[in-house]
Design a protein around this ligand. Structure first.
Ligand SMILES: [Mn+2]
Length: 317
């Protein structure tokens, strides 16, 4: 892998370290060697699913831009940072990309780590969930919290997955293995989802919360919804589709949201609530599309979101 981690150097003292200084290459058996819990970057440099969903390409360059944006973040004292490189598969074979990601995520989970998936089209969400589910102990309920403008439970296209279908795939696989489907969508935009898509998702068991819930008057109600959902799962994959945010905050996505949510204090409190639950098994940033971005602001937002969640993760004793 081409080592991309470089940035500002404020000296050797531990409290001055940044991600690029703390980052190590992930190897096969890290859990035994590291006292601190590993956070492991995995890149998903594919926009095959975006193209298959008739979206604007560019997310294949997302992982690289997110690494650059994270390089100067302060290194978390309580966790060890690793980069497992990018997964790869045949260019247009979305299912093969998802399977490759699932294998990489499962390896990180087996190694005691929390994967940080840098995307890439949102089709990655199925690979992320599948890897966590495969590595989870028997009978564990693995849910998904998706912060997204879109439901992403569209039917497959002639049997092929795409960036709009990952949570329908999670539903299908959950049914296959006899596990309950637990899916909470936060930030849905009514303007971007037809009633048919919303009804179909609800009929499959999705819990959908629209973007209006991200207002101060709704804060305690939203907290109740999140807590109730978290109590129904053993583990949760946190997915953040950057297109949930107001287009001026996140222009670098395939489908920008003119009335998307703000990355404000309310959002940060939601992220802390989820991160602090102790159930987060993996975190992903989806749909970062550098060719469509303005001055790297979408990638920087992704980095800031990740920093916020990681600060809330409980420190293992
Ligand atoms: Mn999405």
């Amino acid at each position: 892998m081409v080592w991309q981690w470089r940035g500002r150097d404020d000296g050797p003292q531990p409290e001055a370290q940044r991600w690029h200084q703390a980052m190590d290459a992930w190897d096969a058996e890290p859990a035994q060697r590291h006292r601190r819990r590993p956070l492991v970057v995995i890149g998903y440099p594919s926009d095959a699913g975006v193209r298959a969903n008739h979206g604007r390409p560019g997310a294949a360059e997302g992982p690289s831009a997110l690494r650059t944006a994270c390089s100067n973040l302060p290194a978390p004292a309580a966790f060890a940072l690793f980069d497992a490189g990018d997964v790869s598969a045949a260019k247009d074979d979305v299912l093969a990309w998802q399977r490759a990601l699932a294998a990489a995520v499962a390896a990180v989970r087996v190694g005691g780590g929390i994967p940080l998936v840098f995307g890439g089209g949102h089709d990655q969400a199925f690979g992320h969930w599948l890897g966590v589910a495969q590595a989870a102990s028997r009978g564990s309920v693995v849910g998904c919290i998706n912060i997204d403008a879109h439901v992403d439970m569209r039917p497959l296209s002639q049997g092929h997955p795409h960036s709009g279908s990952p949570f329908l795939q999670v539903h299908g696989h959950s049914t296959l293995i006899g596990s309950p489907f637990r899916y909470l969508l936060l930030g849905m935009q009514p303007a971007h989802n037809t009633p048919a898509l919303l009804q179909s998702a609800a009929a499959h068991g999705a819990h959908i919360v629209d973007a209006d819930a991200f207002s101060p008057s709704q804060e305690s109600a939203l907290a109740v919804i999140i807590d109730r959902f978290l109590s129904s799962v053993d583990l949760v994959c946190l997915s953040i589709d950057l297109d949930v945010f107001l287009a001026s905050s996140a222009p670098g996505v395939s489908a920008p949201s003119p009335m998307g949510i703000l990355p404000d204090a309310m959002l940060r409190s939601v992220l802390r609530r989820i991160g602090g639950s102790g159930k987060v098994a993996g975190i992903e940033l989806a749909e970062c599309s550098p060719p469509l971005d303005i001055g790297g602001r979408t990638a920087r937002l992704g980095a800031a979101l990740l920093d916020c969640v990681i600060r809330a993760l409980p420190v293992p004793s």
